[in-house]
Design a protein around this ligand. Sequence first.
Ligand code: G4P
Length: 508
Amino acid sequence: MPSPRRTFAIISHPDAGKTTLTEKLLYVGGAIHLAGEVKARGQNRRARSDWMKIEQQRGISVTSSVMTFEKDGVFFNLLDTPGHEDFSEDTYRTLTAVDSAVMVIDAARGIEAQTRKLFEVCRLRNVPIITFVNKVDREGRPVFELLDEIADVLALDVCPMSWPVGMGGTFEGVLDLKTNRISRPDGDSRNFQGRVEEAPELPVDVAEEIELAQAGYAAFDAEAYRAGDLTPVYFGSALKDFGPAELIAALADFAPPPRPQPAEPAPVQPDEKDVTGFVFKVQANMDPQHRDRIAFMRLCSGTFKRGMKLTPTGHGKPIAVHSPILFFAQDREIADEAFPGDIIGIPNHGTLRVGDTLSEKPGVRITGLPNFAPEILRRVALKDPTKTKQLRKALDDLSEEGVIQVFYPEIGSNWIIGVVGQLQLDVLLSRLEAEYKVGANLEASPYDTARWITAADPTALKDFMDLNRGALAKDRDGNPVFLAKSAWEVGYIADRYSKVTFAATRER
Ligand code: G4P
């Protein structure tokens, strides 16, 4: 029997403390030995640990994507979600690869915009959430107000698992409501968690609050949590070490192990013998010397062994995975197996794409990794017109990675790129320059959105396409796409051509 796996992500609004908490979790989990190592500003933000060695050998950077640690016999795979203000497809796809999430909230700010969006993605997939209200060492909002906000805004039952005894200037520690133990600030600086006391005497107002809370909020119910109906709420301070250990214990105790994955023809169960996984992320050009890329595969069933042959569903021959990057291993040199819930990095030359299912069993396809209709479309104009070939290559690569979507119009030579969030445009331009040496400008395009078009009746599709040639394009895979000037136009055209389906997402 493999050790239990907990594959999870942290969701939060920028500045709530995700980086700090990540660092502390890795520290408590023994994966890093010095506090402060995850925390490097800007480009250098990454966790240092044993797998740095592999990074140096291969000259690639993988640490920020998957962070793994083992504690008391449980393996934790922490998948990083890009912490942008903008919602990106990358984030969505990462959340398809986890079994649960930790939601970090700033005690002074409560639920913020990005937390809410990410939460909604989790809800779509019934991903259960543990809530961590961070920064109680500083002045924050009243505890009841925070709990009620979580309950109201997210429409979840909340169950406080711990309680801050004061905040900011009056902060005296965090009480574990189950054990009735308090962690108090202590130690050299008298700031960090240090002293644990059993059945402490509490200030009267706090004791009253706790009594009210225990009567008023739902009792903890593991089933309701796993179904995504209830969130246990922990209070703490990532910076000052209140909470990270409790979060790890909570993940180990009740976060779900690898769950069945939606798939065709039938869901993939984690205890199936055949190895099946799906690619949720592809990272190109991690090594400027090589044009290799790493496909990140989440293993859903079976025991993966180094050198194993897996077939990408829908295209291609079986590929032998000879040099997988196995994130779960403490000592990567000898690791040669992976289990459901683990993430495997597969170096390849562009054969593997986001959304691909890889399996020993023919015909399985994991579902539910959509392409989103882009909300921003731009025309790409080359600064140096002789670089057309390089540009095409770059756009193909980056669309394969999911950074952008690319559309090649049927008429004319102006390629159109589409993104879901503004930030992806900046990423595109800087990567074109840095990795492909292609200077480009993004110009306004006459289009506002795109729809994938299909029809059960081929004549209906052909009729539509013949009459609307000027607004047609192909996506990277050659699927026909209708470029529309507005959402209104989509509605108008869809009414006129009722036999044609105009889809805002395309499942891969
Ligand atoms: P993020 O990844 O979610 O964006 O947040 P990050 O961990 O970078 O934390 C944002 C800021 O909040 C940082 O301060 C960090 O030190 C602080 N912080 C995180 N957790 C706590 C906490 O529990 N208590 C308190 N008081 N502060 C916390 P900064 O000033 O932006 O960065 P730095 O100068 O401290 O590095």
